[in-house]
Design a protein around this ligand. Sequence first.
Ligand code: GGG
Length: 355
Amino acid sequence: MKTYKIAAIPADGIGIEVIAAGIEVLDALAEKTGTFKFQFDHFDWGSDYYKKHGVMMPADGREQIKNHDAIFFGAVGAPDVPDHITLWGLRLNICQPFDQYANVRPTRILPGITSPLRHVTGPELNWVIVRENSEGEYAGVGGRVHQGHPNEVATDVSMMTRSGVERIIRFAFKLAQSRPRKLLTVVTKSNAQRHAMVMWDEIAAEVARDFPDVTWDKMLVDAMTMRMTMKPETLDTIVATNLHADILSDLAAALAGSLGIAPTANINPERTYPSMFEPIHGSAFDITGKGIANPIATFWTACQMLEHLGEKPAADRLMRAVERVTADPNLHTPDLGGKATTRQVTDAVITALQG
Ligand code: GGG
């Protein structure tokens, strides 16, 4: 029997609760499938680790997880540690060195969930957002001088490389090609940002020549927010920069019902390093410890992880179970307007795996 070695890093806040739920569900699925099992290795990195050791993860942290088949990640962020420390110290400290440059964010309206868009009942909204995950606005290039002085200057340079842009656009074209509608929208702000964003447009046109069966168009990010809201049915696969896609995918999650159901996969397509799977949401300290965090995003990203591991039938089985559960409004957590607990949703998904 195949054993998948998974590095579990729940990190902060509700990350700890949803990853525990995800592990339970994955173990139940493996048991029912009978052809593979998981070995979860637990790493206590995150904000509490930072308060004890002054770092979010140990210096040899990546060395400890680099041979795992995948990383199952919760969320970072704590009220008493600055957000840039938690994000750069852990999540980006894994994604960027492990070259997980393709961040894949599927969004659709699951059964039983109501979109805030009155004209959207389901099939009109079925997207995958591809977020460039290694450079751009998150390149970490910049600086600050004369701190606290009226003449203070601070910069965050959005740095884009031809190779970085080409590989993410190629990834997005391939993904669009694999989906029934073969439709890609490339998002930039190339009217205002006249260097790197113009390079995006040029590279998109070059890469498009290799995908004649994919229909593609370009959108400015501001107009894109309107199109997502007013004409969601005209979109399918979407590719955007690190920051633009981060913002668009929060909008997408809200339009699909809740951030609590939105998954993401940080993929290293070359498989030189392990890929990392996580819910899009953060640590949500306002609901931490209340037992009401929505575990659906984590279950959905577990499906992404199973698919990445080559276990597509198991991924489909878990997704069917998730959809059976979301179809019942009595099993909706408060973010979806219901009263169900993390425990109830987790138990219901495990029961639904029978089918
Ligand atoms: N599970 C996702 C997570 O923990 N996100 C925290 C966060 O601050 N993300 C910002 C970003 O990735 O841009």
